[in-house]
Design a binder for this molecule. Structure first.
Ligand SMILES: [Mn+2]
Length: 154
């Protein structure tokens, strides 16, 4: 059965957490995993909002057959290494949402959605708006924190 897995770079920062929160709305069928390591600010936000997030742990991915891996806020294979060893095989397809336009993508065959915005969360927020999708208040709060953190707010 085709299955999507959404991840961000390890360590997850606030922009990554914002991106994961919006991915939860964009990909309601997907499994979404958080890194085992969170930046201190992201760890605080996660503690406050964990009931609104459906983020699995890396160890829970064991044996998951992933048809497509959706990668947020990075395009570097090195930054998603944390998740790959627990999967039975390398996912056959990758989709990337990333704002690091100056970086080279080394994820094999990745389809890249990229915009030069200050925060990666903004790319996903605009995609949701384009699709006419709305988010709950807690998800919007997490997203705004990510945008604020990556655009000069902290
Ligand atoms: Mn970012």
């Amino acid at each position: 059965m085709a299955h999507c897995l959404v991840v961000g770079p390890s360590v997850n920062d606030l922009d990554c957490l914002g991106s994961l929160a919006l991915a939860q709305v964009l990909y309601p069928e997907a499994t979404i995993a958080k890194s085992g390591r969170l930046h201190p600010g992201a760890a605080n936000l996660y503690t406050l909002f964990r009931d609104h997030l459906s983020l699995g742990r890396v160890q829970d991915l064991k044996g998951l057959q992933v048809e497509k891996m959706i990668v947020l806020d990075t395009r570097s294979l090195g930054k998603i290494q944390e998740y790959l060893p627990v999967l039975p095989s390398l996912p056959p397809s990758f989709e990337v949402w990333d704002h690091h336009k100056q970086e080279t993508c080394d994820i094999p065959g990745a389809l890249i959605h990229e915009k030069p915005y200050g925060s990666n969360t903004t790319i996903l927020a605009l995609e949701l708006r384009n699709r006419g999708m709305s988010v709950t208040q807690p998800i919007a709060t997490i997203a705004l924190t990510g945008i604020y953190a990556d655009t000069g707010g902290g």
